[in-house]
Design a protein around this ligand. Structure first.
Ligand SMILES: Nc1ncnc2c1ncn2[C@@H]1O[C@H](COP(=O)(O)OP(=O)(O)OP(=O)(O)O)[C@@H](O)[C@H]1O
Length: 670
């Protein structure tokens, strides 16, 4: 029931009248939070007697919004059900909104739901303060904390029939992702609503942080509380660390340590605690885990009980459906290639890439930024497109921007958009910019390492505030998108050199995926076969001679999968139907490469025509000598002939310096 007595209601009616007519509020007439909200509504020109005016989203648009908030909806389902059950006797509904106050789901008493719809308390309606004046959802969003709005405390006369309690839900990066709300008839009792909502939000945020720690590959999970008996409950603080940086936290942990959300992605261990969890006494200095230990928080100087573990060892909390979706669509390659390789369209996937794809997909679904690293041509863009298709956002946009391909001067307007006439040459009616085009979907920033420092600062602000300010615009626009960034550069080194902002690096680098260069992918000849088949060669009965495959496997592939795929496509395009591609068809430097692989006589066509040091051992070689021993011999002679100079020896052998290094290393290891 409304907490107000009959007398209080009459007083409140008088206060409303005075506020409406004179714009003034007597001291302590309403709770401070309500007073602030009334003032905001009045300043926005909202009249108390304005009739409810909503235009709830139609089903397809609502579905899109629900897709965009897939993680929140998925994680909040148990809490919504529990709250709805708690409201069963109380004539009320449990509501989940997005970060703007748009109702995504409402569950509860049918009788009240019917009446609630009369005041537009229904999915697709927006309960921000701008739409509905002071109300629990909108005011909780504006204030950033739990708010109860009882009867006549609502700003609009029409909403006085309601009593509502709402609290924002924060994601593991500290951003408000939505609101949980209990709303009922102001004439009916609504007992324990505050405690219920607070508990539900704590549960939900706890689960979300645990899931994020799993998905982003955190190396440490810290449970903490000032009182040890709270450890292991949803009211414990949770901190996840990666590479010594705070990568995720729940609100309780931030509160206990006196931090704000800005610490996530930025603060290191030493900034948070006075003391170490590294056991200096043990060889290797491992992290102490298991029993709780006592450390003092730096901000408040409060002793905290900490229990430390490694999230990677935990079971996955939310099974991911993406890999099975992927596997269902992926035919296994014929018996000539190991079953660990699969073909999807023209793309070849090995087991390791599949595992990385599953992790990245899970991170995208959990709204965790993904950073892809890898040399040119390792398939970063192919990977993002596959992750997009496997994610819950597959019907939402994937907007790719190559930061290196767009001149620095244009990148700003391309990304952030601009208003009509913002600069000379600007398109009429302006441009929303690529960030806004990615609304609800994925923004893929390729070659982010090439972004100028000034733009890095602007991008960081967008990521922190969830708002973008187009050039020439007076007001920022709210944006929600998932971020995947990629680079072939060593971003850590770029941070150390001052070419890349460290705060942006830690924002981007929640889940880091490194795509391996072709030379590190094994077995290379199986990958070559798979890429060859993906060119469509089998349909034209074109085959790859084993000797040619050996030559290809011996090449260094500086252009990685791109170079290999392009070469094979060209070879197949030039070949006659039913023919076999032999070493003679390969470009000189590849046909001349020394093949590696199982011991077998060296195919004549692979013999280097240009490397004199090779010629001598070949003529001396016993006919049954293994390829490996011949190769070893050639390496030794080439090195001896060039006084151990690797570069000169590699040049003479006609192979890349890195290849020579690798072969020497593999020789050392037997
Ligand atoms: N899994 C794969 N299977 C087969 N071919 C692939 C695969 N991944 C990439 N390729 C080939 O490599 C080409 C380049 O891939 P992609 O553009 O994704 O690389 P990248 O790492 O983004 O390169 P860059 O850093 O130069 O932008 C693709 O067009 C395709 O021909």
């Amino acid at each position: 029931m409304s907490q107000h007595s009959g007398r209080q209601i009459r007083v409140l009616d008088g206060v409303r009248g005075q506020f409406r007519d004179a714009g003034s509020l007597p001291d302590n007439a309403v709770p401070e939070v309500i007073g602030r909200s009334w003032q905001r509504c009045a300043s926005a020109g909202l009249a108390m007697n304005r009739p409810a005016r909503q235009d709830p989203l139609a089903a397809p648009a609502l579905r899109r919004q629900r897709d965009r908030n897939h993680t929140l909806l998925h994680l909040a389902t148990p809490e919504l059900d529990l709250l709805a059950r708690a409201m069963a006797d109380a004539d009320g509904v449990a509501i989940l909104t997005d970060a703007r106050g748009l109702i995504l789901d409402a569950r509860g008493d049918d009788g009240f739901a019917g009446r609630a719809r009369r005041v537009f308390l229904q999915p697709g309606a927006c309960w921000s303060e701008t739409h509905e004046g002071t109300n629990a959802v909108g005011t909780a969003l504006a204030e950033g904390g739990l708010v109860e709005v009882d009867g006549a405390e609502h700003y609009l006369d029409e909403n006085r029939v309601l009593i509502c309690t709402a609290m924002p839900v924060r994601d593991p990066t500290g951003r408000i992702a939505g609101v949980l709300d209990l709303s009922g008839d102001a004439r009916r009792p609504q007992t324990h609503a505050r405690a219920l909502v607070r508990l539900a939000v704590a549960n939900l945020e706890h689960r979300w942080t645990m899931q994020a720690a799993e998905a982003d590959g955190s190396d440490l999970l810290v449970r903490l509380h000032s009182h040890p008996s709270w450890l292991g409950t949803p009211h414990e603080g949770l901190l996840a660390f990666r590479d010594g940086r705070l990568s995720a936290a729940n609100r309780i942990a931030l509160g206990l340590l006196g931090l704000d959300a800005g610490a996530i992605g930025a603060a290191g261990w030493d900034a948070l605690f006075d003391g170490s969890i590294i056991d200096g006494g043990r060889p290797g200095g491992g992290v102490v885990s298991g029993d709780a230990r006592l450390l003092t928080s730096r901000a408040g100087g409060v002793p905290m009980h900490l229990r430390i573990s490694r999230p990677a060892g935990r079971p996955v909390l939310h099974p991911v459906t993406a890999p099975s979706r992927l596997r269902a669509a992926a035919p296994t390659l014929p018996a000539t290639t190991p079953p660990a390789l699969t073909l999807r369209g023209a793309m070849v996937w090995d087991a390791a890439s599949d595992a990385m794809l599953a992790r990245a997909t899970r991170a995208i679904d959990a709204d965790i930024p993904v950073l892809l690293q890898g040399e040119t041509g390792t398939g970063k863009e192919v990977f993002v497109r596959a992750a997009h298709q496997a994610s819950a956002l597959r019907s939402a946009p994937l907007v790719a921007v190559n930061c290196a391909a767009i001149p620095e001067g244009l990148l700003e307007s391309e990304l952030f958009g601009y208003e009509d006439g913002a600069f000379t040459g600007a398109r009429r009616r302006g441009s929303p910019g690529r960030i806004r085009q990615a609304e609800g979907g994925i923004l893929f920033l390729d070659e982010i390492g090439d972004m100028a420092l000034g733009l890095q600062a602007r991008l960081l602000r967008v990521l922190q505030d969830g708002e973008v300010l187009p050039l020439g615009a007076g007001r920022p626009v709210t944006v929600r998108f998932r971020l995947v960034a990629a680079t072939h550069q060593d971003l850590k080194a770029a941070v150390a050199d001052g070419r890349f902002r460290s705060d942006l690096y830690y924002r981007l680098n929640h889940l880091s995926v490194t795509l391996r260069p072709l030379r590190d992918r094994q077995p290379l000849d199986a990958i070559i076969d798979a890429v060859f088949q993906a060119t469509g060669a089998p349909a034209r009965d074109i085959t790859l001679d084993p000797a040619a495959r050996q030559c290809l496997a011996g090449h260094d592939w500086p252009g990685n999968l791109r170079e290999l795929a392009n070469l094979l496509r060209t070879l197949v395009a030039l070949a006659d139907d039913g023919s076999t591609i032999t070493p003679a068809d390969l470009p000189g430097e590849i046909g001349a490469a020394r093949p590696l692989g199982p011991p077998m006589p060296l195919p004549q066509a692979c013999l280097p025509h240009t490397a004199p040091v090779f010629a001598a051992p070949m003529s001396d070689a016993a006919p049954m000598a293994s390829l490996r021993s011949m190769t070893d011999d050639a390496l030794t002679r080439a090195l001896a002939a060039h006084d151990g100079n690797i570069s000169a020896a590699a040049r003479a052998l006609g192979i890349h310096r890195a290849t020579l290094h690798r072969r020497l290393k593999s020789r050392q290891h037997g």
